[in-house]
Design a protein around this ligand. Structure first.
Ligand code: ADP
Length: 588
């Protein structure tokens, strides 16, 4: 049964019960008062009749009966005169000649009561008039008519009942009207209340579904209004707190998502609570791991042991390890217990230190390389110096020794100069001063620098500058150093009498400068590596005994200088076999 039906039936039942009780009570009391009024009026009529009769001088019975008829008409009731012995001496309903056959009335209850108390009232069936009657008998006090001691008035009860029926009908009509009004009122009231209750129920359903945007807004000052307002207030508060929690969570997720360390949180049962993006990457997790057990995804005895210890309340020191998912990477795993008042668990932080280790290795290699590169010329210098100290050989030989010492010293000087330059570039100490540089001016300058070397090897340098790539936006000194290095290598590796081409063109928003020679080229496997520090392609293929060789740092410096411009440098081989060094500088 709906709330509305219940409310409607309840209020209708209450109104109906009240109406029935009221109707019964009212009609009962009305009936009482009508009966009493009729009885009282009959009593006063009887007294009036007795009074009238006591002033009469009717002596004969015929006159008395006539008098009874007259008074009966006036009183609109049956009037009976009764002699002291009970004989009926006059009756408005009985013709005078029939009076003799009327029963003696001495035993009638009202007559007896009248004799005893002066007034008698009785209700009973009358044989004489064949109907229920109300009888009132009074004694005649000062009788000029000694034959009459009691005057009795009778009223048929049908009349009384008719009056009562009128009263009952009125009461029933009032009850029916009242019931109809109660019905309408109960209907309207229940509809209004049910509508408000429905609004609250609808809002509660919306709230339960997560839509906190539409409150009930019931302005009533009654209990329903209070409930609605309490619901709205609660939901507003819940919404505010949910908003705060969501913001907190979003902030936390943003922080965790932006971390380079992998973070993994498990609850006291070891089920995953949180795995950030970095941890997913490191553990090679695809999709949402849900709340699986950490052992299902970590699969590393060391980490499992660490999490186990953390769940037991012990924090562990960082351990270096390699994950089966990523065998080339080195991680440091650190685990700590988490206790946040209500929840307990553990947090694992994975830190990828591969880059750190690699950088460390590069540094170690670098130091070893530098030591090696310096030791070779130093040993040679020391050897020749000692030979010279041991005794001066012939002037020709000592001249050769001194030339060799000078060459090695020059090599060391070049090495130290290049190392210092790289250190400056690494430290970001060389700033870039970009201007528009003409390509032919750049080419002129490097060619002039290396004219002697080119001439010595009978190398020809040609140019191929596209009109749209006649200028480049860059630092002229740094571009000069880079191009000089590339042209120097090209000359060194060119065959005697070969041709080197310096070219520039525009491609994809870049000015592309190439240095192409006709030398042996660079093996495909070394094309990328020639830009590493101290990297040299197979020494046997290099410049040979003629020169102790470059420092192995030239191309590393070139790469640095070009990357400082936001560009890149790469090595290829020409189809005809020579090396092609390509420099790309972005247009600004
Ligand atoms: P280096 O001072 O030894 O020349 P670079 O860094 O300039 O050092 O060059 C690294 C290596 O790249 C060289 O040792 C050489 O093997 C190779 N290389 C550079 N330029 C050329 C070229 N034009 N032709 C062939 N090999 C080259």
């Amino acid at each position: 049964m709906t709330f509305r039906t219940r409310l409607f039936l309840g209020s209708l039942a209450a109104a109906g019960a009240t109406l029935v009780v009221a109707t019964v009570l009212v009609s009962w009391s009305l009936r009482q008062s009508v009966s009493e009024r009729i009885e009282r009026s009959l009593v006063s009529q009887a007294r009036l009749t007795a009074e009238l009769l006591s002033g009469q001088r009717a002596s004969t019975r015929a006159e008395l009966d006539l008098e009874a008829d007259t008074l009966g008409r006036l009183a609109e009731a049956r009037v009976t005169f009764i002699a002291p012995d009970g004989t009926v001496v006059g009756d408005s309903e009985v013709p005078s000649q029939g009076l003799g056959s009327v029963d003696n009335h001495a035993d009638r209850p009202e007559v007896r009561a009248a004799h005893a108390h002066g007034l008698g009232v009785s209700t009973r069936y009358s044989d004489t008039v064949d109907a229920d009657m109300l009888y009132v008998a009074v004694t005649v006090r000062n009788s000029l008519v000694p034959d009459v001691s009691v005057v009795r008035l009778a009223l048929p009860l049908t009349e009384v009942r008719e009056q009562l029926a009128v009263v009952r009908r009125a009461a029933l009509a009032a009850a029916a009207t009242g019931l109809a009004s109660a019905l309408a009122l109960a209907w309207i009231t229940s509809a209004l209340l049910a509508r408000r209750m429905r609004a609250i129920a609808d809002a509660a359903r919306r709230y339960a579904a997560g839509d906190l945007t539409r409150p009930v807004r019931d302005g009533g000052s009654d209990e329903i209004g209070t409930v609605a307002r309490a619901l709205d207030d609660t939901v507003r508060e819940v919404g505010r707190r949910a908003g705060e929690l969501a913001a907190d969570r979003a902030r936390m997720e943003a922080i965790l998502g932006g971390m380079i360390e992998g973070v993994l949180v498990v609850d006291a049962q070891g089920r995953l609570q949180l795995v950030n993006a970095a941890a997913r990457r490191m553990l090679k997790l695809t999709g949402d791991p849900g709340d699986r057990h950490y052992l299902e995804i970590v699969r590393h005895p060391e980490i499992a042991a660490q999490i186990g210890a953390a769940l037991a309340g012990t924090a562990t020191d960082g351990r270096e390890l390699t994950l089966p998912q990523e065998p080339n990477a080195i991680f440091v795993a650190r685990t700590a217990p988490v206790a946040t008042g209500v929840t307990r668990g553990a947090v694992l932080v994975l830190h990828d230190i591969s880059d750190l280790r690699r950088a460390d290795q590069v540094r170690r290699d670098f130091v070893a390389n530098v030591s090696h590169e310096l030791r070779t010329p130093l040993t040679a210098v020391r050897g020749y110096v000692e030979a010279l100290l041991d005794g001066v050989p012939d002037p020709e030989q000592s001249q050769r020794f001194l030339e060799t010492i000078a060459r090695h010293t020059l090599r060391m000087e070049r090495l130290v100069r290049d190392l210092l330059r790289l250190a400056r570039l690494d430290a970001g100490q060389e700033s870039l001063e970009r201007v528009v540089c003409r390509i032919d001016a750049l080419f002129n300058a490097v060619e002039a620098d290396l004219a002697e070397a080119a001439e010595a090897r009978a190398v020809t340098v040609t140019r191929d500058i596209a009109p749209e790539a006649a200028a480049v936006n860059g630092d002229p000194a740094k571009l000069h150093d880079a191009l000089r290095n590339l042209l120097e290598n090209a000359i060194n590796y060119s065959p005697e009498g070969g041709t080197i081409t310096l070219a520039s063109r525009r491609h994809d928003g870049h000015v592309v400068i190439t240095v192409t020679d006709e030398g042996p080229g660079i093996p495909a496997s070394d094309l990328r590596r020639v830009f590493e520090r101290f990297y040299r392609v197979d020494k046997a293929r290099s410049r040979g005994a003629r020169d102790p060789g470059g420092t192995g740092l030239g191309l590393a410096i070139v790469r640095h200088l070009i990357e400082l411009h936001g560009g890149r440098v790469s090595a290829h081989n020409a189809a005809t076999g020579g090396a092609v060094m390509t420099v790309e500088i972005p247009d600004l």
